[in-house]
Design a protein around this ligand. Structure first.
Ligand code: ATP
Ligand code: MG
Length: 564
């Protein structure tokens, strides 16, 4: 491809709407353009990278014995009603009616469709195991689409589904997919970790997320270097035990705290450490409001709360609800005198004495609060987000917290969908049994963005070679025939030997070419400058290291073919 004939609308300035590095760089490098909130077009440069990831995924799925299908994006409501997800999937499921007033949705995931397909065709244990996959668009009406294609509404996903005769079969399929995922993300040139994950709305027993390690990641991971424990903090546990010195209960007291609300403010105002404060957080959970107590210096884990309550979602109560229940503005809630709601507490509160809480009155807090005396003893559970340095739940060594971007997610579903949809088979004894299922997703577009999030610098993208739009970029720094001719020769030789090469043959200043080259992040730059005329040499620059070498055109070609 010659840049003079290419469609590469690069931007000099950072687009104002882009907060994430990858989003900014993908817009600036002319990879994507926004059509509507969370809905993007892929331009040629972006699409090449997307296809690279897609091809790696396809090759590894095929190698693992999975079979490719293509399932419809538009799905009838009846299937979703069979599993109950029509009603409880939430607003991410975009529902609509066709001209005949029939209910449909855009597929955010395809368990229903694939289970329907398989239940109609598979009858016998002899047809199992079966792993089917597709690489196709999904639609999720995300509440907060952001970071460009990383959290989009329409996006390309690889989703695979396994069907086995029993648990042992599922475990084997799961391992095969797990291994395929490790190969995929290694081949993409990414630093990643597989971590234990929450199974969320999709249901099931065991689950891992594949996380691209990046400081800007939305997910936090708890990792133990000693024993290899790795979990999303959403469900990470810890051996930490909270023990407090025996203290005599002091008399309960109300103190005026005008306008003092947050943990930091209250702790500074009263001169007590945040670990002496107990926050009272109100949540809406399945039509009910619950109060959760947790020490002021700790963070509540909403996923643990949601799983404990067995509801699809929990949501912080809005100001109006807080005021109705506590009879005070937000910031002054407390457990004393709180009625009509269930009160749960994190284990960090057990044994704590003479703590500080809100008074359920505007501008007032209570000090020397004690459960059992001032309010009924709450139900204690592990509801805390683990912190850096907490003891590992397996080996007790300190946990490290790092950040990552979820690019893949695998689940053992079990028989949740096959039972709901009666996807059964006849076993060896002729007995009818539900198939045992697993499902396995990879965000193709998100993987491209995550690669950029992990690999970039001030000047732009630094693509890992395997998923770069091109491997090499020739920059010709002048219109002279001699420079154009040698550039063209290198260009043809590389392309015809399979080294995908883009040629910046534009009539542009060198500065512009250098800037664009670093921005679009192609791994190797071949700089054909005036010096070629004197020395017969061109420059090979590696984008990732910045290393430059003077080589003859033949040497450059050999070098790049060699590293192909
Ligand atoms: P998240 O927690 O980030 O919302 P998820 O857990 O809902 O993702 P899955 O249902 O596990 O996502 O989907 C499989 C994969 O699809 C994810 O691992 C991710 O790579 C990708 N993916 C999910 N949602 C989006 C999205 N809104 N935009 C782009 N990719 C997505
Ligand atoms: Mg997920």
């Amino acid at each position: 491809m010659k840049l003079s004939e290419y469609f590469l609308p690069t931007l000099r300035e950072d687009p104002a709407e882009a907060e994430a590095v990858s989003h900014r760089l993908m817009l600036r490098a002319g990879m994507i353009r926004k059509l509507a909130s969370g809905i993007y077009s892929w331009l040629p440069m972006g699409l090449r990278s997307l296809r690279k990831v897609e091809n790696i995924v396809r090759e590894e799925m095929d190698r693992a014995g999975a079979l490719e299908v293509l399932l419809p994006l538009v799905q009838p409501a009846e299937l979703w009603q069979e599993t109950g997800r029509w009603d409880n999937f939430g607003k991410e499921l975009l529902r609509f009616k066709d001209r005949k007033e029939h209910d449909f949705c855009l597929g955010p995931t395809h368990e229903e469709v694939i289970t329907d397909l398989v239940r109609r065709e598979v009858r016998s244990y002899r047809d199992l195991p079966l792993i089917l996959y597709q690489i196709a668009p999904k639609f999720r009406d995300e509440i907060r689409p952001r970071f460009g294609v990383m959290r989009a509404r329409e996006f390309l996903m690889k989703d695979a589904y396994s069907f086995d005769a029993d648990e042992a079969g599922l475990n084997r399929s799961y391992e095969v997919m797990y291994a395929a995922y490790e190969r995929i993300f290694s081949r993409c040139g990414l630093r990643f970790r597989a971590v234990l994950a929450d199974t969320g709305a999709i249901g099931g027993s065991e689950s891992h997320e594949f996380m691209v390690l990046a400081e800007t990641g939305e997910d936090r991971l708890a990792l133990c270097e000693a024993c290899g424990y790795a979990a999303n903090v959403e469900l990470a546990e810890s051996k930490k035990e909270f023990s407090y010195p025996q203290e005599k209960e002091k008399p309960l007291e109300k103190v005026a705290t005008p306008g003092v609300k947050s943990v930091e403010e209250v702790s500074a105002f009263l001169g007590v450490s945040p670990s002496r404060l107990v926050k009272t957080l109100l949540f809406k959970a399945g039509g009910e409001v619950v109060a959760v107590l947790i020490r002021g210096d700790l963070e509540l884990n909403e996923v643990k709360l949601r799983n404990l309550l067995g509801v699809p979602e929990v949501e912080m109560a809005d100001a109006e609800t807080v005021e109705r229940i506590t009879r005070a503005p937000v910031g002054f809630a407390g457990p004393v005198g709180l009625s009509g709601v269930r009160i749960l507490a994190d284990l960090s509160v057990r044994g704590l004495r003479n703590f500080v809480t809100g008074a359920n009155e505007p501008d007032a807090h209570l000090i020397n609060v004690n459960y059992g005396r001032d309010f009924p003893e709450p139900e204690f559970y592990d509801l805390r987000v683990v912190s850096e340095g907490d003891p590992c739940p397996r080996c007790g060594r300190p946990l490290a917290i790092t950040r990552g971007i979820e690019v893949g997610h695998i689940f053992k579903l079990g028989t949740k969908y096959s039972e709901a949809m009666r996807a059964t088979f006849l076993d060896r004894e002729g007995k009818e049994r539900p198939m045992v299922m697993g499902c396995y997703g990879i965000g193709i577009g998100r993987t491209v963005a995550a690669a950029i999030e992990q690999n970039h610098d001030e000047a732009g993208i630094i693509f890992p070679r395997e998923i770069a739009p091109f491997v090499a970029l020739i920059l010709t720094l002048g219109p002279e025939a001699e420079l154009m001719e040698i550039s063209e020769r290198i260009y043809h030789t590389l392309n015809s030997s399979g080294v995908e090469t883009l040629w910046d043959d534009r009539d542009e200043r060198p500065g512009v070419k250098f800037k664009d080259a670093d921005l679009i992040g192609i791994p190797f730059q071949i700089i054909v400058g005036r010096r070629f005329k004197e020395t017969g040499r061109v420059e090979l620059k590696e984008r990732s290291t910045g290393q430059r070498e003077d080589l003859s055109p033949e040497e450059v070609v050999k070098r790049l073919q060699g590293s192909a």
